[in-house]
Design a protein around this ligand. Sequence first.
Ligand SMILES: CC(C)(COP(=O)(O)OP(=O)(O)OC[C@H]1O[C@@H](n2cnc3c(N)ncnc32)[C@H](O)[C@@H]1OP(=O)(O)O)[C@@H](O)C(=O)NCCC(=O)NCCS
Length: 197
Amino acid sequence: MPAIQKTAWITGHKLRLRNAGEDAASFIFNLRQDPQRNRHMSATSPKLEDQRQWLARYAADESQAYFVIEALRDVGQPAASDSSPRSLLGTVRLYDAQDDSFCWGSWMLVPGAPPFAAIESALMVYRYALDLGFRAAHFEVQQGNFAVCRFHENFGAVRVGEEAGQIQYTLNHERMLESLHRYRKFLPSGIVRAPFI
Ligand SMILES: CC(C)(COP(=O)(O)OP(=O)(O)OC[C@H]1O[C@@H](n2cnc3c(N)ncnc32)[C@H](O)[C@@H]1OP(=O)(O)O)[C@@H](O)C(=O)NCCC(=O)NCCS
């Protein structure tokens, strides 16, 4: 059965997913506390130190992969190198592997993130999961998070249940491949990744 693996980075077209280290604590903390963005997310502690500790526990947890979404280059700027300031755009996480299906979530973008970031980050998650050997996905969206429901339904996700204010979705292998193909202009050359950690 496939397993979720961590990797230091995954490069896509205009984005890079970087494994979330403790140095990402204040960025993630601010995003999770942002009232413009956290309305449909489960609440996290209002203490920065708790976020840092969560990331320290995450580092030792082999069952999930949590990434900060970065812009590879700013518009009109040369490609970001490791020494240049990074433009941090959001977060995304893979967790809860069940047979050949993985769950993803903790998906957030900063207000004002470029419009391609949502689709490219979703495609990168699916590409990475397929490379790990998964064939399907499952996830939950809060009732009332209509734009995100629509986003997933456009990718072919199907509602399979509703419980405690959450809508449960699954995306099967065929729909995943179809969406990677349909939206290929957002991720034309697939992904390149660092070795697994
Ligand atoms: C979830 C989240 C990361 C999605 O990002 P987003 O930028 O809002 O995503 P959108 O659905 O608006 O899509 C971004 C752009 O891609 C376009 N797009 C989305 N799906 C598309 C599709 N299937 N085909 C073509 N274009 C598409 C949208 O029209 C939009 O473009 P526009 O800004 O020019 O209108 C973001 O809304 C967020 O951080 N929300 C708060 C946290 C949250 O609710 N997370 C989800 C928990 S389940």
